[in-house]
Design a protein around this ligand. Structure first.
Ligand code: COA
Length: 296
């Protein structure tokens, strides 16, 4: 047991808990696996930033969100570690006009876009305390935002040139995770991954998703991870630990690259088996959340 744990640790990719770049990186795929251009929504922090970093080993990127200052800072860091181009663009995925302008700008600057990564926004909140606007906001960002961005990129480039879409999904909707009615409802629209895979496959567009579990170094984990750890939450996960951002980026890289060339309409669950076994009763979850703050 101790030996197998040590072996697992040896192969665990490195990560840092902040929104900084990695201090070192060992390729697990060929360094030139991607020789393309990727448009990443939410690439300024968390998992999105790590995806941009791992992609820039062979790939130029466009990172986009509502916070241009944060994006500019991230783009500077990403270009410095990779030597690749990283273009920060202000986008609100709820506003099709803002996406269209960013896609036009990206095409003008790079001449192509091969990959789209659709990120998401979330927080923990019991349904009884969630406002109507809170529910609507997460659906607008996660569900409508994914559709808006995918459709605009399809119309402007993928339809005629092919492309590759990877959506960042979740496992919340599989069993009705406590405190996540808004995000689970939004992610149930994951059916979109399959619908678009079916409709756009003939145009050379693959559409897949990664469904992460608890991931260290993210905003949610910074708020809840240490409390979850103290409460023994990770012991209930088959792999008995949280995942890290580099591990998620590797899953996304696999789906976005030719390594998965015959895969479309797939949801790759990357949660250490968490959704199969972890706590899902409201009182336990509320206990963890309320020991930190009423609003997370
Ligand atoms: N708990 C309960 N409700 C919340 C909330 C929380 N933590 N955060 C936002 N809301 C509600 C707000 O109260 C508001 O509803 P109201 O007008 O009835 O009060 C509504 O959601 C919109 O809030 P606002 O702050 O204007 O939303 P936004 O569009 O700026 O941002 C998120 C929405 C989801 C992106 C934001 O909550 C966020 O930054 N989350 C953490 C970052 C993140 O998502 N990381 C990725 C994790 S997968």
């Amino acid at each position: 047991m101790a030996e197998s744990k040590a072996k697992e640790a040896e192969f665990l990719p490195e990560d840092v808990g902040t929104d900084d770049c990695l201090t070192s990186y060992t390729y697990i795929y060929s360094p030139d696996l991607l020789d393309q251009v990727a448009f990443i929504t939410g690439g300024g922090s968390g998992i999105g930033l790590r995806i941009a970093e791992i992609f820039m080993h062979g790939c130029d990127t466009i990172i986009s969100s509502r916070n241009l200052d944060k994006l500019k800072e991230a783009a500077k860091k990403l270009s410095a570690v990779s030597g690749r181009r990283c273009l920060p663009l202000c986008v609100d995925v709820r506003q099709p006009d803002s996406i269209a302008a960013a896609v036009d700008e990206a095409l003008a600057q790079f001449g192509r876009i091969d990959i789209l990564i659709n990120a998401a926004g979330n927080f923990l909140c019991p349904a009884s305390a969630l406002s109507f606007n809170g529910f609507k906001t997460v659906l607008e960002i996660d569900t409508l935002g994914t559709f808006n961005t995918s459709k605009l990129l399809y119309e402007k480039w993928f339809k005629d040139h092919g492309g590759n879409i990877v959506n960042i999904s979740a496992t919340l909707q599989y069993r009705g995770q406590a405190l996540q009615v808004h995000a689970g409802s939004a992610k149930a629209a994951n059916a979109m991954t399959k619908h678009l895979a079916v409709e756009w496959g003939p145009n050379g567009v693959r559409v897949n998703a990664v469904a992460p579990g608890p991931i260290s170094g993210t905003e949610g984990y910074r708020k809840l991870g240490p409390i979850g750890e103290a409460a023994g939450v990770f012991q209930s996960i088959p792999l008995q630990r949280a995942g890290n951002k580099t591990e998620m980026a590797h899953c996304v890289l696999f789906l976005a690259s030719r390594a998965s060339s015959y895969t479309t309409g797939a949801i790759l669950v990357a949660d250490g088996g968490a959704w199969l076994t972890s706590a899902n009763d409201v009182s336990t979850m509320l206990g963890i959340v309320s020991s930190k703050s009423a609003k997370l």
